[in-house]
Ligand binder design. Structure first.
Ligand code: SF4
Ligand code: SF4
Length: 353
């Protein structure tokens, strides 16, 4: 293939030799222990994978350390999964334990395979994004410090995927994860009219609002006003007009959704649904969010059948039972009042307690 400056480089040029040789020929795989996979090819070749938890925002030194392990034991190859697990692959079984020892020496956990909580997929947070309603890296670190035993073991009923998006733009896979944390604003944007004409195109800003809450100020055509009653704190206006920030140290927090999945196994993919409408931010360790998530994980682990994903368990026992078992109060905020909400309503009289 000719050289091009468009798009990512061709992945086939970066495959480990054993993967290239056996491409499309893998017969089966097994999990030897938490964090260690073995794939066997039709040709008889084997490849061993050590899966390692990783933060999402990493330093150059961190990447160099990981690359040193890959150079030493994996012929210079490593890969990141879509949830930022690092996978170190080798055809040599004798390399598996030294790889585990090397990454553990760097302070990284080995696990995330099978019926475990894999690495948490998350977004930018306060570190980088302009519209974040919560942090990502800090909150995920606090959550995973508590859920660590579920990363290094495979004792859950099924796979449990956790995701975090720091605003409702939802750059993370929150709609299709077993547990999802979503940053939410609860206050309207604060318009800085001294910057509006310099930073914003007024017609675009007016049309960006899904509820029509933004108007030109009749007394000053170069200014904007927000009708607080109509605002749903979505942040769309801020994306096109940086003079309308929403971030608020008191009004920002998270909502927690449950029951999504991408997998087609046994049941069709599912969207996650609202479990907890709002928990205020409480950095640096977010104890209320962490304990709410731990509670959901533990109730699920206790009540789900083997191989039953979070959403499948909730569908089986009924959402009424989910709220009862977890002790999460059902409030008016759980009821969808969007114009087209009828599509999401349960239209049967069958309730399960
Ligand atoms: S989810 Fe929202 S705040 Fe977070 S990175 Fe995406 S756009 Fe930015
Ligand atoms: S936050 Fe959303 S609803 Fe509120 S004014 Fe901006 S675009 Fe409109």
């Amino acid at each position: 293939m000719g050289k091009t400056d468009l798009g990512p480089p061709d992945y086939r040029t970066m495959l480990p030799k054993v993967i290239e040789k056996n491409y499309g020929k893998w017969k089966y795989h097994e999990i030897l222990k938490p964090g260690v996979l073995k794939h066997v090819s039709e040709t008889g070749d084997e490849v061993f994978t050590v899966r390692v938890g990783s933060p999402r925002l990493v330093s150059i030194d961190y990447i160099r350390d990981i690359c040193d392990v890959a150079d030493k034991y994996c012929d210079g190859h490593l890969r990141f999964t879509s949830r930022y697990n690092i996978e170190l692959m080798t055809p040599k079984k004798e390399n598996v334990e030294p790889i585990i020892a090397a990454v553990q020496k760097l302070g990284l956990p080995v696990g995330g395979t099978g019926n475990a909580i894999s690495n948490v997929v998350h977004t930018q947070g306060w570190v980088h994004c302009h519209s974040a309603a919560t942090d990502s890296s800090g909150l995920v670190k606090a959550i995973m410090d508590e859920l660590y035993p579920y990363f290094i073991s495979m004792k859950l009923p099924a796979r449990l995927r956790v995701a975090l998006a720091c605003c409702i733009n939802m750059c993370g896979a929150v709609h299709c994860s077993d547990i999802a944390i979503v940053g939410v604003h609860t206050k309207p944007p604060k318009v800085d009219n001294s910057k509006v004409t310099a930073l914003c195109e007024i017609p675009t800003t007016l049309s960006s609002c899904p509820t029509g809450a933004i108007r030109k100020d009749p007394s000053n055509p170069k200014s904007l006003v927000v009708n607080d009653e109509k605002c749903m704190y979505c942040g769309n206006c801020y994306t096109v007009c940086p003079a309308m920030p929403l971030a608020d140290s008191v009004g920002d927090g998270v909502a927690i959704y449950v029951g999504g999945k991408v997998s087609n196994a046994r049941t069709a993919p599912m969207f996650s649904r609202l479990a907890i409408p709002y928990i205020p931010n409480n950095p640096p360790r977010w104890p209320e969010v962490v304990s709410a998530i731990k509670n959901i994980v533990e109730v699920y682990a206790k009540h789900a059948h083997p191989e039953e994903r979070m959403g499948e368990w909730i569908e089986r026992v009924g959402w009424e039972s989910f709220f009862k078992l977890t002790g999460i109060p059902f409030t008016e905020y759980h009821i969808d009042d969007f114009t087209h909400a009828i599509d999401t309503y349960r239209t049967t009289t069958q309730f399960r307690w």
